[in-house]
Ligand binder design. Sequence first.
Ligand SMILES: *Cc1c(COP(=O)(O)O)cnc(C)c1O
Length: 416
Amino acid sequence: MSRLAVDGGAPVRTRPLPTVLVPAGRTFGAEERAAVLEVLDSGVLNASCGGPWLPELEATMADLHGIGHAVASSSGTAALHLAVAAVDPEPGDEIITTPLTDFGTIAAILAQNAVPVFADVDPLTGNLDPSSVEACLSPRTRAILVVHLFGAAAPVAELRALADRAGVPLIEDCAQAYLARPAPGAPPVGTYGAVGCFSLQQYKHVTAGDGGLCITGDAVLAERMRLFADKAWPRDEGRFHRFLAMNYRMTNLTAAVAGVQLRRLPEVVDRRRRQAARLLAAVGDLAGVHLPTLEDARLHAWWVLPLVVDGDNRRWADALSAEGVPAVAGWLQSPVYLYPALTERRTYGTSAFPLTSPPARRDWTYGPGLCPVAERLVDDTLVVLQWNENYTDADVDDIAAALVKVAAADHPLDHQ
Ligand SMILES: *Cc1c(COP(=O)(O)O)cnc(C)c1O
């Protein structure tokens, strides 16, 4: 067994892997460059003032998902806010969601004066546990907001059934899971709930810097989201500003780049899947490590590569990073409900609104112990590796070698 780099041994690799922050780790081409220039040359940068780019982007997104409507906005957080606003909760109504997500998921709930209620997650995938969601249902539940974490589809069929029984909509946060599927041949995520929300931020599979997309099969929800992104101004009618709404418009520059990126998306996801399958085949069963399965490789969107280890995720992350394969323990610093925004209820001034009763049915506070499985993932067992469609076979083989090496050091008796 060779000495770990973290203990002074030679690292598996020293050349940096491509990341989404460098050109080598992005899939941009001449078409994106041409699209930007086309918009500039048109003189119209605001999509409400004309140009084909935004309608084309929305049509591409709807077609990719075989669904009736797509609505563009300025970010993934905006897209989530559009979805929550379209559901139109009363202040203090509850939206059940996950503690393992980007804060944008929670901001969208609070911004619309609803209460985030945190259900616990599966200890291996980090995705919402339907039985915990069920236990969170109350007469004030107004929606379930599921996140497809790391690229793996959450149990959407179960969650949809729960939502239907409760008579509330399911909203899907698909920011990390473009074209992920819950089962072979099943439709992609974003098509199981009332609305699916996506992000075009720099770290996502495809990007325009920032940007958001919502998809829905419901024309009424689509229209409400469209209005919410444009100050509720029905541009084709005389009656102005129908309800309180924001300016979450996407510009033509963003739409033009996003349109090209979206056409590349199936290939981007496919390449991520192929390289993930190569990795999983190379490492086989690693003692003390849970990885997505080889069968999952074709369903997963591989935003990142999540590992669940027996414990001491920080040691694992340090050891892998020292081998030249950057790894992060826990992904988040804490489950989102332990951020000051929630523990200190920093919402609107010092009011703690809407986490107070009234408008909520009870006073809502957040602290350690709320979701023990999520806390254990973040604190002890979860390790996240970056993933990229531009990894070469040699890159993937190095990542596999680093995983095998660190696992062997962690479980010397299994690997002598
Ligand atoms: C990135 C992300 C968001 C927020 O998207 P932005 O475009 O950064 O606002 C929301 N939810 C999840 C799960 C994300 O990964």
